[in-house]
Ligand binder design. Structure first.
Ligand SMILES: [Zn+2]
Length: 267
């Protein structure tokens, strides 16, 4: 039995055929999925899907890559807050910092500041509504990870855990997050040949702090690297975690149910 802790049925090309992808995933024993928003629009779609499908729970948030210099973060957060009170919402995110895809222009610094602002507001919203946070962090060096940590300190203590989705980053940072109750999201890229760093982070984590996710349509597991990731492929990541990292399916399921007890109705 598998619960996908991070999937984008709300994004193209999954959205157009979401019910087919969901049926295919269920054939692989997937019983539930967190459908994760990346903007106000895709968060609204996540809520809509979770209203239609009992196996889905929505997460509403603004992904750092969707933040542009002409945006009013205040307006975005107001819209998110309206969506977040829906009973089909079980998390805030994905939110975070992404310095990897910043434009190579004078606007980059401005966008960085907006990313910080959006992250802080979404953390405050999660705290206010007592919801877990789905965190996206990406950088070519370690700045984004430590900037996240400084922002986290401003809102601590959170009252629900945060998930470092598609985990990456320096081991020291990951350990400090684990000390603060974080969970690590293992996506299909942990199966790649060159992913020793990701695997070492997962090995270092207590076994009760790892969740399995697809991040579909992104990051398909081997041997589908480079293709569109389908939610049904999660069984390959799950098998890999069991065989290579001794993380059993039962353990992964229990971990997910600890963070998202709402899925208890599906298993
Ligand atoms: Zn994602």
């Amino acid at each position: 039995m598998i619960i996908d802790s991070h999937c984008h049925y709300n994004l193209s090309p999954l959205l157009e055929n979401w019910s087919k992808y969901w049926v295919d995933a269920q054939v692989q024993n997937v019983k539930g999925s967190l459908v994760v928003g990346t903007s106000v629009t895709t968060s609204a779609t996540a809520v809509e899907l979770a209203t239609k499908e009992a196996g889905f729970l929505a997460s509403v948030g603004v992904h750092p890559d969707t933040i542009t210099a002409d945006q009013s973060i205040e307006t975005v957060i107001e819209a998110l807050e309206k969506l977040a009170v829906d009973p089909h919402v079980g998390a805030i995110g994905e939110c975070g910092l992404d310095y990897f895809r910043l434009p190579n222009s004078p606007q980059a610094d401005e966008i960085k500041v907006l990313q910080h602002e959006a992250l802080l507001h979404q953390m405050k919203l999660a705290k206010k509504l007592s919801l877990p946070l789905i965190i996206h962090l990406r950088d070519t060096n370690n700045d984004a990870y430590w900037d996240f940590f400084s922002i986290l300190k401003l809102v601590e203590p959170l009252n629900k855990p945060f998930i470092l989705h598609c985990v990456s980053g320096p081991a020291k940072f990951i350990n400090l997050c684990l000390d603060r109750g974080a969970y690590l999201g293992a996506a299909g890229n942990c199966t790649y040949k060159n992913a020793d760093l990701i695997r070492s982070l997962l090995r270092m984590s207590p076994k009760n702090r790892v969740l399995v996710e697809t991040d579909a349509p992104y990051l398909p597991p081997q041997p589908y690297r480079g293709k569109i990731c389908q939610p049904a492929m999660i069984h390959l990541t799950s098998d890999f975690l069991e065989q290579e990292l001794q993380l059993t399916k039962q353990q992964l399921l229990e971990n997910t149910l600890t963070v998202f007890p709402q899925f208890g109705n599906q298993v």
